[in-house]
Design a protein around this ligand. Sequence first.
Ligand code: CO8
Length: 258
Amino acid sequence: MTDYETILVETRARVGWITINRPEALNALNSQVMRDVVAAAESFDADEGVGAIVVTGSERAFAAGADIKEMEGKSSLDMVMGDHFGGWARFAAVRTPVIAAVAGYALGGGCELAMMCDIILAADTATFGQPEINLGVIPGMGGTQRLVRAVGYYKAAELVLTGRLMGAEEAERAGLVSRVVPAADLRAEAATVAETIASKSLPSVYAAKASLDAALETSLAEGLRLERHVFASLFDTVDQKEGMAAFREKRPPEFTNR
Ligand code: CO8
């Protein structure tokens, strides 16, 4: 059992929950948060008993960015040699679907962390933005890349260049957010979505996430080829036979993740 300093972790109904817990700093992402979140996500990812992961914060903040006080005194050499935020790439690489349940601030690295997830559920209190320009820097954990892919160049450019923050409704209209829910319902909605995913056949869930990821990285022709191969490969699973037999027999499938 790993001891985490900055997060709370629990498993419920095949869902792994990671709650960032640095209330004194609005959940700012320092190196310890990175180590804890990455370790917890990788440990859930390695557990066949976990079919979906939820990352969340507090009512006030999902995460108000990378920890400015930790970064402030560093040189560019420190940033390169310390691989200050490199672990987040490992978080983005987990095979299990990750849902970001965002209430309050998701700024800078917090917005970038949400964008490393597969589904972003936002409370109506959520605020998103990339305000790094106000600090004399730029996004460094994917903000200029994933935000452009999520909301298009012109919206992303306005947010990154001005540092303007946007509310949940605007974020949903822009395509950054999967769905906005009342703040009081956020955890319950995240649980419903995560438990729904966790009830499916894990091999097909991994395959779906890998194919969706490819859509952001490859040409349409390459992506379609990959999807066709992945689709075909699932016909060797027990769960494909079970899923289709259950449909024919008009009963719910009983998946075994095989
Ligand atoms: N880092 C460190 N501490 C923070 C951060 C942060 N990002 N955000 C808030 N805090 C702290 C505050 O310093 C304060 O602590 P204290 O009470 O000890 O002074 C406490 O949290 C509460 O914050 P505020 O008093 O400021 O609360 P307000 O309600 O007045 O304001 C805001 C809330 C608007 C969210 C405000 O705190 C704010 O603007 N925070 C900074 C937002 C920001 O600029 N985020 C981007 C950070 S840079 C970044 O994320 C880069 C990522 C990529 C790096 C990759 C490198 C390789």
